[in-house]
Design a protein around this ligand. Structure first.
Ligand SMILES: [Fe+2]
Length: 267
């Protein structure tokens, strides 16, 4: 499997602080079944800007450390870019790092509480540059939860979506969990990522969350999200996008005793 979204480059953002910590996160993700892991540090416009050169150098350092430590997972460079109006211009100037440095896909993050007015324009301008925007963890934005039809509009226009698979455990609350399930069921999600910032307290979170999603969408669809789509993305291939999506209604009916996440896993 391929984890499209992690913060494993030491000291570059709010993720891992040391190479040792990076290796521990890698071991945990590898244990969950990830053989390829994209390092996607936060990139912000402004004084804390992180250049592609810095990211590439750090990814190389972690790759070598992992190799020496006997960790076989493949580590690829990338970035998680907080949206700003001049994104396409920066990309043209070589200031933003695409996923896998393959020059085709850019992971984009939105503010948590509001959808900026320039989002559609930025997505469009990136596409004009031949770049497919991938929206990071759509289920976690409160703004998008309230305006879910925006996600559908973007999907129809060819924007792709990366789910934070840990959302299904309820770790970000009930709304992101609900929204995650709704989007998974509608086929709008193309990729999975852990958004790992540090070693998580339980070894089981990843395995159980992935298993939960596999049960929800079926084996074939799961394989597309965890293996086929990200592999093709890294290789710079075009993924079929812009389908005729629609989001199902939010589940309103609940059983008397709510089925908990762990019950679900146990089947
Ligand atoms: Fe992230």
């Amino acid at each position: 499997m391929i984890d499209l979204h992690t913060h494993i480059l030491p000291g570059l953002d709010d993720g891992s602080k040391t190479v040792e910590e990076s290796l521990d996160i890698l071991r945990q993700l590898q244990k969950a079944g990830f053989e390829t892991i994209l390092a996607t540090p936060h990139v912000l416009e402004g004084k804390d800007f992180l250049s592609p050169e810095e990211i590439l150098a750090s990814a190389e350092e972690v790759r070598q450390a992992a190799w020496k430590a006997g960790i076989s997972a493949e580590i690829l460079p990338g970035s998680e870019n907080y949206i700003f109006p001049d994104m396409a211009k920066w990309l043209r100037e070589g200031k933003l790092l695409t996923l896998g440095n393959a020059g085709k896909y850019l992971l984009v993050e939105l503010p948590m509480l509001e959808i900026p007015h320039y989002v559609d324009q930025v997505f469009f301008e990136l596409q004009v540059e031949g770049i497919t925007p991938i929206l990071a963890h759509p289920e976690r934005y409160l703004s998008l939860f309230q305006e879910a039809e925006r996600a559908i509009e973007w999907a129809k226009k060819g924007v792709l979506f990366q789910l934070d698979y840990r959302s299904v455990t309820g770790r970000y609350g009930s709304k992101p969990k609900q929204f995650a399930e709704r989007m998974l069921s509608s086929g709008i999600i193309h990729f999975l990522g852990s958004d790992a910032h540090r070693v998580s307290s339980s070894d089981f979170v990843d395995q159980e969350a992935l298993q939960y999603i596999r049960k929800l969408v079926g084996k074939e669809e799961f394989r597309k999200m965890a293996v086929t789509n990200p592999r093709r993305m890294i290789e710079g291939e075009i993924l079929l996008s812009g389908g005729d999506y629609s989001l199902g209604d939010m589940p309103v009916k609940r059983e008397k005793r709510k089925k908990k996440f762990w019950d679900w896993i146990r089947g």
